[in-house]
Design a protein around this ligand. Structure first.
Ligand code: KG4
Ligand code: ZN
Length: 337
């Protein structure tokens, strides 16, 4: 079935719109809100207000860049959860109005399904079944993807998400928000063996990152204010590399164990943290030694974006899984299992 879908994503602090024609991305526009840096994290009220300001220009740019008119659109895919409720509501209301005005179907997409489908945007897409590690600021889940919309969550974080750990530790080190890209950049020239931070190893495929955050805090508190400032001044890159290595080791080792236990030898890593250069290198190296294939989305599809929502929406649309206009925003929406 031929289709031109508009995708909308506003679950957190990125206002994003994309156009996907027959499953191929034609445009992918993201406007990231930078005012949250000042507060060290996303301020929900500011985020939803900025989505309201940005949604129309972002959608117009997505249509322009794809070279299509509104009348070409066959359906509107939109994130309806999980996420910040005010932020979700801006995108969802806009998408409903757009779908109603054009008299085309609305397709509600789970944000986590969007991240899972981001691994399917570029060729080669992982064949079913595959393992997908979704690592973002809000989520850390290891998912066994059996087929379209058919998942088993093997493990997830019991406390902080991996991206949240990067962000909170970056804050302890005096870096800006989001902290992941900053830690990644500093770590490039740092020594990962400068300090051995703890790796939490849980029995199942669950994760825990709050202990790491606390251990960084305790480590820094061992120094006087003056010594700490000097340590950060002299060894910021080494500290970043050491923290990053601790997070990457846990993610890679847990994934490796899941490959061994399930026998599934195709692995995708998606979500904002999948942009991390050390994680990308490490999983590829382990994939080579252990004999599993690794799929990493293009950088443009790692962070929150609407192309992944439109692509997931395209598969739903093809399966005739469209939504009613009464679709609501569900801030704690779980992955359907
Ligand atoms: O997927 P995403 O854009 O939003 C959520 O769904 O949460 O992920 C954002 C998260 C932030 O925590 C950010 O620090 C992290 O992804 N991140 C990174 C890198 N780039 C983004 N973490 C580590 N290294 C990176 N290069
Ligand atoms: Zn996300």
């Amino acid at each position: 079935m031929r289709s031109t879908l508009l995708g909308i994503e506003t679950s957190c602090d990125d206002t994003a719109a994309a156009v996907v024609v027959d499953g191929e991305v034609r445009s992918n526009v993201i406007s990231s809100q930078d005012m949250h840096d000042e507060y060290g994290g996303v301020v929900p009220e500011l985020a939803s207000r900025d989505h309201q300001r940005l949604i129309v220009p972002v959608v117009e740019r997505a249509l322009d860049e794809a070279g299509i008119r509104r009348s070409d659109i066959d359906g509107v895919a939109v994130t309806h959860g999980p996420g910040l409720s005010g932020s979700l509501m801006v995108g969802l209301s806009f998408a409903k109005a757009f779908a109603l005005g054009l008299d085309v179907p609305l397709v509600g997409v789970n944000h986590l399904e969007g991240h899972i489908y981001s691994a399917r945007i570029d060729d080669p897409a992982p064949p079913f079944p595959y393992l997908c590690l979704v690592v973002s600021g809000g989520h850390t889940q290891l998912v066994l993807v059996h087929g379209d919309f058919d998942y088993t969550v093997l493990g997830q974080t019991r406390d902080d998400a991996a991206g949240e750990a990067f962000d909170k530790i970056a804050q302890l080190l005096g870096l800006g928000y989001p902290g992941g890209p900053e830690i990644d950049a500093h770590a490039q020239t740092g020594d990962p063996s400068f300090h051995e931070f703890p790796r939490s190893e849980l029995d199942d495929f669950d994760f825990s990152f709050s202990g790491l955050k606390t251990s960084v805090l305790y480590y820094l508190n061992e120094f006087s204010d003056e010594e700490r400032a000097e340590l950060i001044d002299d060894h910021l890159d080494d500290l970043c590399a050491s923290v990053q290595q601790a997070i990457v080791d846990v993610l890679v080792e847990t994934t490796r164990q899941a490959v061994q236990s399930t026998g599934v030898d195709h692995v995708a890593i998606t979500g904002g943290v999948s942009a991390n250069s050390a994680l990308r290198r490490a999983i590829q190296a382990v994939g080579e030694t252990d004999g599993f294939a690794v799929y990493l989305p293009d950088m443009a599809y790692c962070m929150d974006n609407a192309a992944m929502i439109a692509v997931a929406g395209y598969h739903k649309w093809q399966a005739e899984q469209t939504s009613e206009l009464s679709l609501t925003a569900v801030p704690r929406l779980a992955l359907p299992e």
